[in-house]
Design a protein. Structure first.
Length: 583
């Protein structure tokens, strides 16, 4: 299969913002893809070579990109750099350079998908002293054979900037339509949730048919997508939603970890399915000591504690994430405890369809409690007073609220889904808005006065899952210390125009690729004529806005942009607020 077929599809995808049209383009692409390379096509379309948990990253730096383009096009690096500055996009710079190429070879073969994929794979794995030369060589060879349009996407993908705006769920829709039917989508999604690997799902369904999806089972070392919680504005609603009875757990304020514990090996994954094993050798040790099973997958929250076992603020654990050096020192300074709350697999038994009360029993069979491994505190409640008392207890022991869990026969573990089997409830005592929200940065405004040269405020958006786009809710200018404020520019990818997945009526001075999620607290949710979040859903012509938004200091690196607070959730919070005011 020629790589140009992908490039044609990408250009069509970029020309639309409608999810249905994107899906139709992908259906065509997937139908015309030979099954033996479908997985490669899926990964490349996601802008990667492997599922995230494999940790194989493509990112090449500026130097490699410039040298490779210059070599392939027969230009000087400075000239290519000029194109880059002019277009603000390394892909467009490559395209321009290749269009004006000085040395055109007559005997080039068209690029194939396999050729591109395999070369990029070799490039991603190149390491050691001479790896930079090797990377330049591979990339310039590919560019030598590429058309200018192919060059555009090759450079974007190796720089980690493909960003077609296609969500994983849209790829799943297209795979279902191309290789099964819309009705079978849930089976594909189930296999994806168990494996976190879209290429694998594509391979199975295209090569062996729907039944092969059932063979995609839980395996140690392969993270599954996390189950998520709904939220409600008041405690009474929890009991209503749970048919009058549920088990509540402390909601620990730490880092969610999915631990895969084998006899000789323990692997840890973040909420976002990145492998974080190396950052927590102490947790590995604690879990191996606590394990009673040959093999188990358990979930828990890692919380910083004092030497006496008291819980400490979440911020302290964030120092340990992403840390590669001084691990020993960090372990000593910030010891952590693992509060286990679920068991998804034990000794050959997939527990995803086992109801929650039984899973807790399995948890007790999988792990014993030790100084650093504990079960989350639980209580089964039927009355509002019992729930309130448990909530207070949780807050006073240093937690941020409670997680209510359904105990009915339907209380299965819904990997990858946000549902009413789990309801979270936490309270920000200072604000009317009784929860923080997670918003996506989509633009920024130039700073003035003391902030000249930096951003004055960021334009923040919620995720509209129905439309698969980001809708603005506020300008965020408070809650930053100076250091953060003046280094903000390094965190985002600016682009010339508004991103196709962003819906905004405000004209920002800078537009960003939606990729960074920040936690925001606010005073209340109001109606606004200028913001586009959930426009028209409460009142014709109005969207929702956050009043007095403030950055809490927490970068939600563990969240993808589609995990941000949704427009629908904000509508729910707005209505709940009205109810409270009316009471
Ligand atoms: P938040 O922003 O409220 O921390 P989130 O949006 O990251 O949450 P949710 O699923 O909405 O994710 O909230 C549940 C989170 O609470 C889990 O991801 C987990 O990290 C944490 N948590 C703490 N204690 C528990 C518990 N006992 N059971 C389940 N999750 C818990």
């Amino acid at each position: 299969m020629r790589y140009s077929a992908l490039v044609d599809a990408y250009q069509q995808v970029e020309a639309t913002t409608k999810r249905l049209e994107m899906t139709a383009i992908l259906v065509d692409l997937f139908k015309n893809t030979p099954p033996e390379v479908l997985d490669k096509v899926v990964y490349l379309t996601q802008g990667k070579l492997y599922p995230d948990f494999k940790g194989i990253e493509l990112g090449v730096g500026e130097k490699v990109s410039l040298k490779a383009i210059a070599q392939a096009a027969g230009y000087g690096e400075e000239e290519v750099k000029g194109y880059w500055i002019e277009t603000g996009d390394i892909g467009l710079a490559a395209e321009k350079a290749l269009k004006a190429k000085r040395q055109r070879s007559l005997f080039v073969q068209p690029l194939t998908v396999s050729n591109v994929y395999d070369s990029l794979d070799t490039l991603a794995r190149a390491s050691g002293g001479r790896s930079m030369d090797a990377k330049i060589k591979i990339l310039s060879r590919l560019l030598h054979e590429a058309t200018p349009e192919e060059g555009r996407y090759l450079l974007r993908i190796v720089n980690g900037k493909l960003r077609l705006g296609v969500a994983d769920m849209t790829i799943l829709d297209a795979l279902a339509i191309a290789y099964a039917s819309k009705e079978d989508r849930a089976r594909l999604e189930g296999a994806y949730n168990r494996s976190s690997d879209l290429g694998k799902v594509a391979r199975a369904v295209s090569q062996e048919g729907l039944d092969a999806l059932d063979d995609i089972v839980l395996r140690l070392g392969v993270p599954l997508r996390a189950m998520l919680a709904e939220r409600v504005p008041d405690m009474a609603m929890i009991l209503e939603k749970m048919d009058g009875k549920c088990t509540m757990e402390y909601k620990y304020d730490g880092l969610r970890i999915q631990a895969h514990v084998g006899k000789d090996k323990v692997q840890l994954f973040s909420r976002h399915m990145e492998e974080i094993t190396e950052q927590f050798p102490d947790v590995i040790l604690s879990l191996s000591e606590a394990s009673k099973a040959k093999e188990t997958i358990v979930e828990g929250e890692c919380v910083p504690i004092t030497q006496d076992g008291e819980m400490r603020p979440f911020q302290e654990i964030s120092h340990r994430r992403g840390r590669k050096y001084d691990l020993k020192k960090a372990q000593k300074e910030v010891p952590v405890a693992f509060f286990a709350f679920d068991c998804l697999y034990r000794d050959g038994k997939d527990l995803l369809t086992t109801p929650y009360p039984k899973r807790r029993k399995e948890l007790a069979k999988a792990l014993r409690e030790t100084e650093r491994v504990r079960y989350s505190t639980t209580r089964t409640v039927k009355k509002l007073e019992e729930a309130e008392a448990f909530f207070q207890e949780s807050i006073s022991s240093g937690c941020e609220g409670i997680m209510a869990k359904s105990i009915g026969p339907d209380s299965i573990y819904k990997a990858g889904a946000r549902g009413w089997q789990w309801i979270k409830y936490k309270r920000d005592y200072k604000a009317e808005m009784n929860d923080t929200i997670d918003l996506v940065v989509v633009g920024a405004f130039a700073g003035q006065g003391r902030r000249a040269g930096a951003y004055g405020a960021l334009l923040m958006a919620a995720y509209n899952a129905d439309e698969d786009r980001f809708e603005t809710v506020c300008k965020l200018g408070t809650g930053f210390d100076d250091k953060t404020l003046f280094s903000l520019k390094e965190r985002f990818t600016e682009q010339k125009h508004i991103h196709p997945r962003v819906e905004s009526e405000m004209k920002a001075d800078y537009w960003m690729v939606p990729e960074v999620v920040m936690e925001v607290a606010g005073a209340e949710i109001t109606l606004s004529p200028i913001h586009t979040c959930a426009k028209d859903s409460i009142r014709e012509g109005s969207g929702l806005a956050i009043r007095f938004p403030r950055f809490t200091g927490r970068w939600r690196k563990d969240k993808g942009t589609e995990d941000a607070t949704t427009a629908e959730e904000l509508v729910g919070m707005y209505k709940a607020q009205l109810k409270q005011v009316g009471e």
